[in-house]
Design a protein around this ligand. Sequence first.
Ligand code: SF4
Length: 381
Amino acid sequence: MEKKAVDKFIKSNSFEHFHVFNNFEKNEIIQTLIELKKDLKKFSDNKKKIILKAIADISSTEEGDKIFKLKDNTIAELKSLDKEDYLEYLYHRYRYEIFPKAKEIDHYPPCLQIEPSSVCNFRCIFCFETDKTFTNKKNGFMGTMDFDNFKNIIDDAQGNIQFLTLASRGEPLVSKSINKMISYTNGKFLNLKLNTNASLFTEEICHTILSDTVKTLVISADAAEKEEYAKIRVNGDLNKIVKNLEMLNSIKEKHYKKSKIITRVSGVNFSKDQNFKKMLSFWNDYVDQIVFVKYNPWENSYLAPENDIDEACSDLWRRMFIWWDKKVNPCDVDYKSKLSVGVFENSISDIWKSNNYNTLRKKHLEKNRKELTPCKSCTVI
Ligand code: SF4
């Protein structure tokens, strides 16, 4: 199975190594969702409609781009929740997956990414943090978010958005308020991800992460050997990362035995020299899931050559990014905010539905992404 998975990865340029649920387990979840339909009364008509559509899609044998299906990672996330939250989660998962394909928006983005820090302690070779015009403090891109600003964003998102990711351009754990920030999200989001290079773990942050706040912990890594790791994740030390993960796992074992947190290593597929087979067996000892994503020239967003892609970018219908200084951006490929759609004051919804955002969407839909920098050289679709 492993060989097949690795071959598939090399062919497809992206790879996901999740627990594979068998048909019995899948059917069990589908049956539970069908039974839960009796609890639909508490939802608004619009929510009901989407939940029923999602359940109809997953129960049918119909296939297609806009047909919602339960993937293994979705089942893993559902299983990490209380059953009473399944339908709410399903509603948001449907919005996350199908709205970008249907080019549909409603009042809030399906996913919000908040950037606690644009500063990073690493200089990974494919990352925009290697661009000195970005990291030079004088140019204004570097900073960490004030806790009060974070709080205002969370207060607006709570109840409207369930998929929240803490991270964007920098390492979130660089922020001195990160413990306070994570704690403030407690119980407010069904799908909270924290992306980190795991180099700055302390006992305190491990406890905060495991205290039923973070649902998925994503650790960036793309090598299984110290030397290779250090070449890619410049300033990083693989032994330190492994030690930190051992600390997290031991705290979990000791104090949070019932924790349903999902841990994932997420790497970038950018070189033929990467040994994916080795990485699978190495990281399997420390985390639940392993994912490698396709390389995009992040380190070179504004200088990369134009490409022929004219398909609309899914991120414009899926995600909103709010950076440490409250600037709102449609993606972090555009790490210098040339596409910025506004500044968060008190309404995520107003910006999501704004003329600025809609102008970007229109250009993409009309196959004119070539008129936008850096969309013209970006490979995201
Ligand atoms: S095409 Fe690339 S640069 Fe443009 S909005 Fe999408 S992710 Fe950002």
